[in-house]
Design a protein around this ligand. Structure first.
Ligand code: GLN
Length: 246
C-alpha cells in the first residue's frame, strides 16, 4: 500500500480559519484511494523530527505574536528543513507559514522576524493595523497543467515582495500585495499561499496535485489518481466564483 507521511508543524499555534482542515482533506482524499496517510505533529518542546523522512511539511497561518514565538525554534531547524525541501519533500505553507520561509517578516510593530531564507521574498506589514488584506480571494493557477480557479480567504497585514514564481494570478482580492496581481509562491514541491479557506477543501485539484507529486516522487512514475466524486466541492466553489467574479 502506498503511503504519505505529513509533518504538521506548530499545529497548536499556527492554525487560522480552518487551516488544520487541509490535513483532514489530504487524509480523506488519500483514504478514498487506499493510500495510507500518516500525520505527525511537531511543536515547541517536542523532540526534533527527522524532517527528511516526510513527504509533506505543512505550516499554517498565525498572528504576528505566534510567529514571533515560534521563530527561533523554526530557525533551529533551518538546515534540516532546507535539506528535506532540496531532496523533494513537499512544502505546503499558508500565510504566516509562507512568510516565515522567506528572508524576513517585519510585523506591524516594526519587529523583524527572521525567516528561513529558503526563498528570496520578504514581507513587510504596514504600521497601521487597519490596513489589512481581508476577504475572499480567487486566483487562477496552472500548476496542474490546466488553468484552475482557486478560491480562498485571506487576512494578512504582510505585503510580500520579491516572489520569483507566483502560485497564481489574482482574479479577485489582493494576494501578495494589496491590490496586487500575483498570489503566493510556487515550485513543483512548494505551494506557499495567503489562501486560508481551508485551501484544500475548497480546491480538490490542489490536494490531488500534492498527493500525485508525493506518490510520483516515491515511485519515479507519473501518477494518475483515480477521480473522486467532487460534485459537492465543485458546486460550493461555483457559488463563490459566481459571487466574486461578476
Ligand atoms: N501575521 C501575519 C500577517 O498579518 C500572518 C497572518 C496570517 O497567517 N493570516 O500578515
Amino acid at each position: 500500500m502506498s503511503e504519505i507521511k505529513i509533518l504538521h508543524m506548530y499545529a497548536d499555534m499556527l492554525d487560522l480559519y480552518g487551516d488544520g482542515g487541509n490535513i483532514k482533506v489530504l487524509k480523506y482524499r488519500c483514504s478514498m484511494r487506499g493510500i495510507d496517510c500518516r500525520t505527525d505533529i511537531y511543536s515547541l518542546g517536542d523532540e526534533t523530527p527527522d524532517f527528511g523522512s516526510y513527504d509533506v511539511i505543512y505550516i499554517g497561518g498565525g498572528a504576528d505574536l505566534e510567529q514571533q514565538h515560534i521563530s527561533s525554534d523554526l530557525l533551529r531547524h533551518r538546515d534540516s528543513i532546507k535539506k528535506a525541501y532540496k531532496s523533494g519533500t513537499f512544502l505546503l505553507l499558508i500565510c504566516g507559514g509562507y512568510q516565515l520561509m522567506g528572508k524576513y517578516y517585519r510585523d506591524a510593530d516594526g519587529n523583524k522576524i527572521q525567516g528561513l531564507s529558503l526563498f528570496d521574498y520578504h514581507t513587510v506589514a504596514p504600521s497601521s493595523r487597519r490596513k489589512r488584506c481581508i476577504g475572499n480571494i480567487v486566483i487562477s493557477t496552472n500548476i496542474t497543467g490546466e488553468s484552475v480557479k482557486v478560491v480562498g480567504f485571506e487576512n494578512h497585514g504582510g505585503q510580500t515582495e520579491g516572489v520569483k514564481k507566483p502560485f497564481g494570478e489574482v482574479l479577485c482580492g489582493n494576494g501578495n500585495c494589496s491590490g496586487g496581481k500575483q498570489e503566493g509562491y510556487f515550485e513543483k514541491n512548494v505551494i506557499a499561499t495567503y489562501l486560508h479557506g481551508p485551501l484544500l477543501s475548497k480546491n480538490p485539484e490542489i490536494s490531488d496535485y500534492i498527493i500525485s507529486y508525493c506518490l510520483g516522487r516515491k515511485s519515479g512514475e507519473k501518477i494518475s489518481l483515480s477521480p473522486l466524486d467532487d460534485r459537492l466541492e465543485n458546486k460550493c466553489r461555483d457559488v463563490m466564483l459566481k459571487r466574486l467574479l461578476k
